[in-house]
Design a protein around this ligand. Structure first.
Ligand code: ZN
Length: 198
């Protein structure tokens, strides 16, 4: 799959790391990221849907992840975490769940390299987008015109134009890529739906 993604020309490979605590499922750890890093040149991003994210930063950066994203709900020390990610040598992102007010990340917008707005509740693929989450994207965009804003959850060619219109700059998709045909075809279809905005 990773090789197919690289062949399809994606900009990043986004790794959903789930610990069975912050979200019910368990996916994988840093050793999988390291294995992918050995076989594909595409930059890797670790999305830590975990408790105690501070315990995992170092291992994912060492595994080759260029960006580490933590959930704002998972720590009481988000500023410190951003600095730890930077000093480990990676870019830092902060994610927020649909139920978390956007104000939770306001103090961080000048510190982080990216904010990830979850548009479904994390844990499972293939869910429908929670549209009111796009208001958070609009709010973030008004606070920080240059900020990279990533949207994760329910991204398809049908939803992508509205997501970009709200101010997002990066889209994460998983289930759509395996919804039929080849990964290359799905990526091309998504890019086409986004026009020149992506
Ligand atoms: Zn994710």
């Amino acid at each position: 799959m990773a090789v197919e993604l690289t062949g399809a020309g994606v900009d990043w490979i986004h790794l959903d790391v789930m610990d069975g605590q912050f979200v019910p499922p368990i996916t994988f750890g840093a050793s999988l990221a390291a294995a992918l890093h050995r076989i594909v040149p595409t930059p890797l991003e670790a999305h830590l849907m975990t408790l105690t994210p501070e315990r995992h930063i170092e291992s994912f950066v060492q595994a080759g992840c260029r960006r580490v994203v933590f959930q704002v709900e998972a720590t009481a020390h988000s500023h410190r975490l951003v600095r730890e990610i930077h000093s480990a040598g990676a870019k830092a992102g902060v994610a927020l769940n649909p139920g978390t007010p956007v104000e939770a990340v306001r103090p961080l917008v000048t510190e982080v390299d990216m904010v990830l707005v979850m548009t479904v509740n994390p844990g499972w693929g293939g869910q429908e987008i929670v549209w009111p989450c796009l208001d958070k994207v609009r709010e973030l965009r008004s606070w920080a015109p240059e900020l990279e804003i990533e949207v994760d959850g329910g991204v398809t060619p049908a939803t992508a134009p509205r997501i970009l219109e709200a101010g997002a700059t990066t889209l994460v998709t998983g289930s759509f890529l395996v919804s039929g045909g080849t990964v290359q075809e799905r990526v091309a279809e998504l890019r086409e739906a986004c026009g020149s905005k992506l």
